[in-house]
Ligand binder design. Structure first.
Ligand SMILES: Cc1ncc(COP(=O)(O)O)c(C=O)c1O
Length: 406
């Protein structure tokens, strides 16, 4: 944030804000944060007012103008292009490498199914993966006899790189892992893992549901071949929005599994079924996405990227994550499960003698929203850039009180 109030060349610079004012302004844009202690961006982030307004405005336009005029279609195509560009800004890649999806799971399916699988090929993943990336691997096993190797990568106490090194073989065709594990909160060293996968000729397909918007996601630096994101979690977008990055050099390896209007290069097909795929990652778009959802997602991305600043948001998320770790770690009977030096905004812990679903419910009854997860059983907190230290103190006190009443 600039702290100087100046005017240059007739342009008014933004009014200076202290850190406290900035956080207050952020929270004002997220009305739900006034109602709850909102600690669950890992499931769904809070919706900003402006994204809500974009949804309403889009709907009003459809109501008044209809959806079939030339203007409506021009607007839709522009909307699709603009959304690819917004996501590309977040992931720091070429917009041509972005496909638009409805969620992370769709992106994971598109990337994983796209390889030319044969019986005996291997896919390496982890017991800490979400079904959104794991079940497509199971499907490959059922359909083609692909061997699924579920390692302990992303479990606390394991060295992810060593675990992957042990599991790799000449038959490994893809490594499928999350950048941030939903089950343990661990941030994986994706670059090292991707390099290792590439050393045996395998692709690295990354589930970014928990990382996009939580930690820096420069896909070229990460070295991933595919990176599947959700709009509704850390990006604070609406449901039904998502994106898939596929590295240009991999378009030949990742075939289309679904194909729709955008899948073929205009005019490049014949009646025998021969065609040339679209010349960008648009080829992976299944079809259109709800226009209001795209507009709202862009509003969220623009707000966080331009008004708040991604670097500030990433720093704040990690700072609050550590603050929360320290706050809970001092409580008797609390076991921290996410390793302190391998975390950012997801924090898993257990409270002795209280089943995780019971703790979620009890906190929920007093307006504190967290969640519980399984395998390993735990409670999970997401620290968003909009949370405050005072909220974390209240969370800690509430857990202490629940312990005291047992
Ligand atoms: C790591 C991970 N992958 C995938 C998903 C599924 O996301 P979506 O509903 O966008 O498909 C989630 C949701 O919690 C998740 O945490």
């Amino acid at each position: 944030m600039t702290t100087e109030s100046t005017e240059s060349q007739g342009q008014r610079l933004p009014t200076p804000q202290s850190e406290t004012e900035k956080i207050a302004a952020i929270r004002n844009e997220l009305p739900v944060t006034a109602r709850y202690l909102y600690f669950n961006a890992g499931t769904n982030g809070p919706l900003p007012r402006r994204s809500h307004d974009a949804l309403v405005a889009s709907s009003a336009l459809e109501l008044d103008e209809g959806r079939i005029s030339h203007t409506a279609f021009t607007r839709l195509f522009q909307n699709l292009d603009d959304t690819r560009s917004s996501v590309a800004t977040l992931l720091q890649c070429d917009p041509a490498e972005i496909a638009l999806t409805h969620n992370t799971t769709e992106g994971m399916n598109i990337a994983i199914m796209g390889l030319r699988w044969q019986q005996g090929d291997e896919i390496i993943t982890s017991v800490a993966e979400h079904p959104g990336g794991l079940y497509p691997a199971y499907l490959l096993h059922q359909r083609y006899g692909v061997k699924v190797r579920q390692t302990e990568i992303a479990l606390p106490g394991r060295d992810p790189v060593e675990e992957l090194r042990k599991a790799l073989s000449p038959r490994t065709k893809a490594v499928v892992l999350s950048h941030v594990s939903w089950a343990t909160g661990m941030v994986l060293p994706v670059r090292e893992l991707a390099d290792l996968a590439h050393s045996v000729g395998a692709l690295f397909i990354c589930d970014a549901a928990q990382s996009a918007g939580m930690v820096p996601s420069n896909v070229y630096e990460l070295g991933v071949d595919a990176y599947a994101c959700s709009g509704q979690k850390w990006l604070c977008g609406p449901d039904g929005t998502g994106a898939l990055f596929v590295r240009r050099e991999r378009w030949g390896d990742i075939q289309q599994t679904f194909i729709g209007f955008f899948g073929i290069q205009f005019g490049m097909s014949d009646h025998d079924g021969n065609y040339v795929p679209a010349d960008t990652a648009r080829r992976y778009d299944v079809s259109t996405v709800y226009p209001g959802g795209l507009r709202a997602l862009r509003e969220s991305l623009r707000w966080i990227g331009e008004d708040i600043g991604w670097d500030w948001a990433y720093r704040r998320i990690a700072t609050l994550g550590r603050y929360c770790y320290e706050a809970l770690a001092t409580l008797d009977g609390v076991t921290m499960m996410t390793p302190r030096d391998q975390m950012a905004g997801l924090l898993h812990f257990r409270v002795e003698g209280i089943a995780p679903p019971e703790l979620t419910e009890k906190l929920g009854a007093s307006g504190i929203l967290i969640r519980d997860t399984h395998d390993p059983d735990a409670n999970r907190i997401s620290t968003g850039f909009y949370n405050t230290e005072a909220e974390i103190d209240r969370l800690r006190d509430a857990i202490e009180q629940i312990q005291a009443t047992r």
